[in-house]
Design a protein around this ligand. Structure first.
Ligand code: ASP
Length: 340
């Protein structure tokens, strides 16, 4: 391992299983507990490792309770201490880690230091915990200054944050990025995949917080009665991500959905078509069943994850862009989140 003892990393604890204790109501995060446990990990404090500081958000949260205010808070902590550290590690629950990673990739515009999200499936102090390896690898990657983007380190893989998705509720390799190569494989050494890493263009960091944008995600299923969803799509939401079949297909079901989408556009809402498949891309117009969506004004989420599509919608609406601009930008690559 390279000598990283002259590097400094900030560890930001947000909660999640990694720092949880077993309470009477089940696993829950406990304030002030994790810092003491990290100080006891010899490898984290060994010569050659980066120096690290530790901050904790309050209250600590199960990641099911994390959304835009906490994303903004994490990004603000990083923006405010950006010059003081070589990299950042965010300890986070696994359930919504891919959403947070996607969100931070838009909030932290022009990032040129590593921001590494990690956590564990088993709490740090339980037998067979995966926390120690995930944490130590993340601190090394954050101190290494090779990655210049938001990434997710878990189960021996380093993934682009806004391409990652949680693929397992119970295995220790819980994440993958099916539509993007791994940024590194973490074996005996950390082997970076240099051609997959984001190249920064020298722009400086800008903090672009999210506002509370009403967004919906609707999963299409066989026999779905679209009419029942009409009020939600048209009146209350700024944007809807449709999780469709395969390359972007929906059942015709008497063509119920199309008038709803047309109405949604008139009301200023954006409808984005993603796929229920974890790998591959939406190609609107490839099948008759998706051409209609395109003609009604829906935009293609291409090979974006649902997590990324949601985060990108938060970002674009928070920027105050017009609906037409948002529709156009949804189909363009802004932060490495889509391929074409
Ligand atoms: N419910 C937990 C969380 O997401 C699960 C975990 O951390 O693995 O916070």
């Amino acid at each position: 391992m390279r000598d990283l003892s002259n590097k400094k990393v900030l560890i930001i604890n947000t909660g999640g299983t990694i720092g949880m204790k077993n309470t009477r109501e089940g696993y829950a995060p406990v304030s002030g507990y994790l810092f003491g446990e990290l100080k006891k990990i010899d490898d984290l404090n060994r010569e050659g490792m980066p120096k690290w500081d530790f901050v904790e958000i309050s209250p600590l949260l199960d990641s099911s309770n994390i959304s835009a205010p906490q994303w903004n808070n994490m990004a603000k902590i990083i923006a405010d201490s950006y010059c003081d550290y070589d990299g950042f590690v965010i300890l986070h629950g696994t359930d919504t880690m891919a959403y947070t990673a996607s969100a931070l990739s838009f909030i932290l515009h022009g990032l040129d230091k590593p921001v590494v999200l990690t956590g564990s499936q088993i709490p740090l102090c339980d037998v067979r915990s995966d926390a120690r390896d995930n944490l130590i690898s993340s601190v090394i990657i954050a101190g290494d200054s090779i990655v210049k983007e938001v990434c997710l380190c878990f189960g021996g893989k380093l993934l682009r944050g806004n391409r990652s998705t949680k693929t397992s509720a119970d295995t220790l390799v819980a994440f993958d990025s099916p539509n993007y190569p791994h940024l590194a494989e973490i074996g005996i050494a950390v082997k970076y995949n240099h051609s997959a890493l984001s190249k920064q263009n020298g722009s400086s960091l800008e903090y672009l917080p999210f506002s509370a944008v009403p967004i919906g995600v609707l999963k299409i299923f066989p026999g779905m009665q679209f009419g029942l969803f009409e009020d939600i799509i048209t009146d209350k939401l700024s944007a809807v991500v449709l999780e469709t079949f395969g390359a972007g297909n929906i059942p015709h079901s008497g063509d119920d959905l199309l008038p709803i989408i047309k109405k949604a556009f008139k009301a200023g809402a954006v409808v984005v078509v993603c796929s229920q498949c974890v790998a591959g891309s939406v190609t609107l117009g490839a099948y008759q069943t998706s051409t209609a969506l395109k003609n009604a004004g829906a935009v293609s989420g291409k090979d974006m994850t649902t997590e990324s599509a949601v985060a990108k919608l938060y970002h674009l609406f928070s920027m105050g862009y017009t609906t037409d601009k948002i529709k156009s930008l949804m189909e363009q690559d802004l932060a490495g989140e889509l391929t074409y």
